[in-house]
Design a binder for this molecule. Structure first.
Ligand code: ZN
Length: 471
């Protein structure tokens, strides 16, 4: 029923009935400690967790050099068969917490940690056909249809070919025998073609001239790598757009998967995403395999997501080149949909990581009538946008604080929160980049170090005055 262990675990946790979850015999290791208990390294986190009685992974190890990391990776590959659970690699994480934090995050991924995966699991099979899939933006992706083959415990029958260039690079023809590789949960790739096994009956693949779904003439982008269906009403594009709209990073509607979306579209109940919000229980009653209870739950789930944060909404709109991270940045900078819609191309380009191409696609999106009408329809369907809170003041902007000792009138977590709210930063250790050391009762070695580095120290009372919280 499930493709791999990760899906079993995720699927089990998501069960509505806790008895089902309990029956799945799940287990876990603790890898992170979020609360600060004075730990300075990741290794210490594991030790603290262990002393608290959490299960920690006994294989984790501190490596002092990259050489040691490579050796450990090799070692884990050797022992993976003996483990009572499946792994697809190791996580390498920067040990000192202050450096880890300084490295920051990209999207949701911290720069201080990487998943160092094992090489692909591979198998040999035959490409029986190459078909073209139409994505949300209309882009065509060739997909290889494989003679079903088992790789790493699961049967696969499709491999992505990304684009026409990839097919050329591989020298792939329909009917070719190929090596297929699979890493983790992603769709398998074709690693290489075995031309020595050709029979002469292989056929060359050509990108279609017309959209395989709606028949519109295919457009090629100026670089020539991307082909797309330009028809905004293309059913394939529409379906993909609907899936995107309700996906995890967007409206995240529980229980509304592609199969149900397809059913809703086929029955004329949904034509664009705004229609989800006006669905009523009775509308679903006639649908195949739709019990009254599940209809009820689905409507509830949809209605519960009507209020949405601005960044999620921007992402949901599916503007070309606007991913989750860009959407977050736009929400933060513009603060409301109205401001974003009214932004000039040059204002958009001023934002970090947004170049002329992205700026243009955002600018154009808000000037197309069908999009303006759609936003209007969303509003009428009852969708409410929660704009991000403006930082009340940025008076500590760029200032670095370190806290030491126990404070009487404010918890450490609250103090950190207040500093960040005012634009300041909190660091775990004193360095010459520290602006203030806040000294509470029984300060530790940080106080000594601050004196040595001539870092300004302030008392709790002075600190509270700065952040204007009175006890
Ligand atoms: Zn089309």
């Amino acid at each position: 029923e499930y493709a791999n262990p990760r899906n079993v675990a995720a699927g089990s946790v998501r069960q509505l009935d806790p008895r089902i979850t309990a029956s799945r015999r799940l287990d876990s290791f603790a890898y992170d400690l979020v609360t600060s208990l004075g730990q300075k390294t990741h290794e210490e986190k594991h030790n603290i967790l262990k002393s608290f009685g959490f299960k920690v992974n006994s294989y984790s190890r501190r490596c002092r050099t990259l050489e040691e990391v490579f050796d450990f990776h090799k070692y884990c590959q050797k022992i993976r068969q003996e483990l009572p659970y499946e792994i697809d690699g190791v996580v390498v994480i920067v040990n000192p917490i202050d450096i880890f934090e300084k490295l920051g995050v990209v999207g949701k991924a911290p720069r201080g940690a990487i998943a160092y995966k094992f090489p692909l699991k591979q198998a040999e099979t035959v490409v029986e056909d190459i078909k073209v899939q139409v994505g949300r933006t209309g882009a065509l992706t060739p997909v290889a249809y494989l003679r079903p083959v088992r790789i790493g415990g699961v049967v696969v029958s499709r491999a992505t070919l990304h684009n026409e260039d990839e097919i050329k690079r591989l020298g792939l023809k329909i009917g070719d025998t190929v090596i297929v590789g699979r890493a983790g949960d992603v769709i398998p790739d074709i690693v290489k073609v075995l031309p020595e096994l050709r029979t002469g009956r292989e056929k060359k693949f050509k990108m279609p001239k017309r959209c395989p779904v709606c028949g519109a003439e295919i457009k090629k982008d100026p670089d020539g790598a991307i082909y797309s269906c330009p028809n905004p009403d293309c059913p394939a594009r529409k379906h993909r757009y609907l899936y995107h709209f309700i996906s995890k990073g967007a409206f995240d509607i529980e229980g509304l998967g592609p199969k149900i979306v397809d059913q809703l579209v086929e029955n004329g109940l949904v034509a664009d995403p705004a229609d989800f919000f006006s669905l009523k229980e009775g509308d679903l009653a006639g649908l195949e395999r739709f019990a009254e209870k599940s209809a009820n739950n689905l409507i509830k789930a949809i209605q519960s997501r009507k209020e949405i944060s601005l960044d999620r909404l921007i992402y949901a709109l599916g503007i070309d080149n606007v991913g989750e991270e860009t959407a977050r940045e736009l929400a933060k900078r513009f603060g409301s949909l109205e401001n974003l819609a009214g932004a000039s191309s040059s204002a958009l380009e001023k934002i970090e990581d947004i170049g002329p191409v992205v700026a243009k696609s955002i600018y154009n999106w808000f000037r197309e009538k069908r999009n303006i009408d759609f936003l209007d329809k969303l509003k009428r369907a009852g969708v409410k946008i929660k704009n991000p809170k403006k930082p009340s003041s940025q008076k500590l902007s760029g200032r670095v604080f370190v806290l030491t000792g126990k404070m009487k009138n404010i918890t450490r977590e609250k103090a950190k929160e207040e500093i960040r709210k005012l634009g300041g930063k909190v660091s775990e250790s004193v360095s010459n980049k520290t602006d203030f050391l806040v000294v509470g009762e029984n300060p530790g070695s940080k106080h000594e170090k601050a004196k040595k580095l001539k870092v300004k120290t302030i008392s709790e009372e002075e600190f509270l005055k700065i952040i204007k919280i009175n006890s």
